[in-house]
Design a protein. Structure first.
Length: 137
């Protein structure tokens, strides 16, 4: 099957939602092939979100993503990238469908609980950013 990359963002970890979110992910048919609690440095976050560097919220985004630990994971499922984006819901939780992870666990567009890769190519880049080959099963 193919793979996607996710992060449970600092707000989700702070609120104690790690278990509930991982439960929803695995019960939706995703296999966890890599998993860790980690914290991004400022350099990490700037690099990871470099595509957004001209956006007005870039500084706020980097501050948010570095303020506490995250859970990074690589997930495997047929059609992983697209199916995972459906599972997490729209960027703004107000627009997210009922039952999606962001609808249930995100507070706002800026603190939206979870990341999902937007392409197979980015999934590969993002997984390699956080995990060595030996850490991916
Ligand atoms: P990711 O899975 O985290 O990449 O989210 P996404 O693909 O649904 O959204 P996008 O890549 O466009 O934006 C990346 C992240 O920047 C979002 O998940 C939010 O955390 C943050 N973000 C996006 N739009 C805004 C905004 O208008 N204001 C603020 N403060 N943050 C935003
Ligand atoms: Mg994105």
């Amino acid at each position: 099957g193919n793979r996607t990359f996710t992060m449970l963002k600092p707000d989700a970890v702070e609120k104690g939602h790690i278990g509930a979110i991982l439960q929803q992910i695995t019960s939706s048919g995703f296999r966890i092939v890599a998993l860790k609690l980690t914290q991004m440095t400022e350099d990490d976050a700037k690099t990871f979100y470099e595509i957004h560097k001209e956006r007005p919220f870039y500084g706020e985004l980097v501050e948010y993503m570095t303020r506490g630990p995250i859970v990074a994971a690589v997930l495997e499922k047929e059609n992983a990238v697209e199916d995972f984006r459906s599972l997490i819901g729209a960027t703004n939780p107000e627009d997210a469908a009922e039952g999606t992870i962001r609808k249930k666990f995100a507070a706002s567009i800026s603190e939206n609980a979870i990341h999902g890769s937007d392409s197979d190519e980015n999934a590969e880049i993002e997984a390699a950013f956080h995990f060595s080959g030996r850490e991916q099963f």
